[in-house]
Design a protein. Structure first.
Length: 202
């Protein structure tokens, strides 16, 4: 029975990616909107930290999976939808909130990083000559997280402290507030995304 279930899942998986490649653009846009909504729900998994304006959230996992499920262009588009619609008034930023203040605030760089990360993961997975293994997928996820999301996040967090909060911080303090507390959780999310990607894209 279990083997039959696995075979059925593999058939559905193959059918989905074949359909995704051949379907009309309007359906791909609908899928992008769906993953934007998933990111909005993941944003509500939120754990504030008392020593930093940056909370722990579940958005990273949704952004990475957007690239896996939709490919580079539409995975990035899903996160662009998430950002643009959240700025426009859809209350799906953390705490069921919305508005440009989130993009201009201390976490805005991380939010923009979701777009770049989804584009990167989607491009890699769509253009691999053969499906990567778990370790290679994990490396891709960590690059997307630690270089793209953290990189943009730390740049904006620094600028926010410098010019908005009027409380300049050094590099060590910046890393302590904007990166180190999130590493264990983000490694866990990267491992989960890599495991899902390996299963889906094999």
């Amino acid at each position: 029975m279990f083997e039959a279930f696995v075979e059925k899942c593999d058939t559905l998986k193959s059918s989905y990616f074949k359909w995704r490649a051949e379907t009309l653009t309007v359906y791909k846009i609908f899928l992008s909107l769906t993953m934007a909504s998933v990111t909005g729900l993941a944003a509500q998994v939120r754990l504030p930290l008392p020593f930093t304006p940056v909370p722990i959230t579940g958005q990273t996992l949704a952004a990475l999976l957007s690239g896996v499920l939709l490919g580079g262009g539409y995975g990035g588009l899903s996160q662009l939808f998430y950002v643009a619609m959240g700025v426009s008034g859809i209350p799906w930023f953390t705490g069921w909130s919305s508005g440009f203040s989130h993009l201009a605030g201390p976490t805005g760089g991380y939010i923009i990083g979701f777009i770049v990360a989804a584009l990167f993961i989607g491009h890699i997975t769509d253009n691999s000559k053969k499906p990567p293994g778990f370790i290679l997928y994990l490396c891709y996820m960590l690059v997307a997280n630690f270089i793209l999301i953290y990189g943009l996040g730390l740049i904006q967090l620094y600028l926010w402290f410098q010019f908005v909060a009027n409380a300049p911080v050094g590099i060590v303090e910046l890393v302590n507030m904007g990166m180190l507390p999130f590493i264990p959780g983000d490694i866990t999310k990267a491992m989960a995304a890599a495991a899902i990607a390996k299963r889906l894209r094999s």
